[in-house]
Design a protein around this ligand. Sequence first.
Ligand code: PMP
Length: 357
Amino acid sequence: MQPRDLSQHEEYVAGRGIEEVARELGRDPAEFVKLASNENPLGPSPAAVGAIRESADDVHHYPKAVHADLVAALAERWDVSHEQIWLANGGDGVLDYLGRAMLDPGDAVLVPDPGFAYYGMSARFHHGQVNTYPVEEADDFDLSPANVFETYDGERIVYLTSPHNPTGSRFALEHVATIAERTDDETLVVVDEAYGEFTDGPSAIGLLDERDDVAVIRTFSKAYGIAGLRLGYGVVPKSWADAYAKVNTPFAASAVACAAGLAALEDGDHVEETTDLVRWAREYMYEHLEAPTYESHGNFVLVEVGDAGEVSETLKRRGVIVRDCSSFGLPEHVRITCGTREETRRAVSELNEVLAE
Ligand code: PMP
């Protein structure tokens, strides 16, 4: 017996870790720096690590079903009601829940191309059809309602990533509002703000005051530095008060993750240190890379390098792991995560040398 044929699904390339790459090349892991998965170069907040240790003795118990403390903190942070916060196993888990909440078999969703692969995958798990809208290199990957309405055809969900992965561009808030306004009443606009802490633009969560056709995704994997714990949340329309209980996996987020998430949320200094570093690293890359870069609102920079497969392979052998964007349909681009100052300088100088060869 075989599971059902999922061959139509795109591959979600999560990127291999340093250990795996070092083993493949027969080298010492200490020689490598990984700037391929948009992780936090400063690591987790020390407060989150403390909370993980404290919660360790209690892990023989199931987590609290509601995680009231974390939900209350998030509801206060965004000035929404507790029922509007959907905790999940990362932003990816939120995407699954939104799919469960919205999609009947055969319903279509509209996703950006290039864009984050899991939108399409999670829709197909729910037997959804996946249509795309273009994000054009010729327009510097600019994002506006024109992109979406080039192909929009009444899909049940429209995904907007802002800041966008892998380009770093973003939708202005008024553009998100326009898209929600112009799409059908039965279309949910999902704004994925996984990289929201790295932009100075306002969150689309503010739109939920007035609208019930927008949901926003946020994660603790990036600015909060706890990707390994898998914690994210959705902020959903006010009118969806009872929906979470109908779609969530029992105990949707672990007790350890929620304890760490609450501590990380309260450690504003760590987030600020992270976002300051990211701003520095972006500027450093724009200024010092001898290849075209794109202005980024995320914790990464997209760089045009020619043959992305070859360049990323050569860089890897030099100890710098970046993301080859061929899998996004951008075979001439790599995406470099903002590292520490030392890591970022090393990546830039190695890439400049590779490009000069
Ligand atoms: N959205 C985007 C655009 C992402 O790039 C990612 C992860 N790289 C996610 C969502 C999901 O992140 P997580 O599940 O770790 O919260």
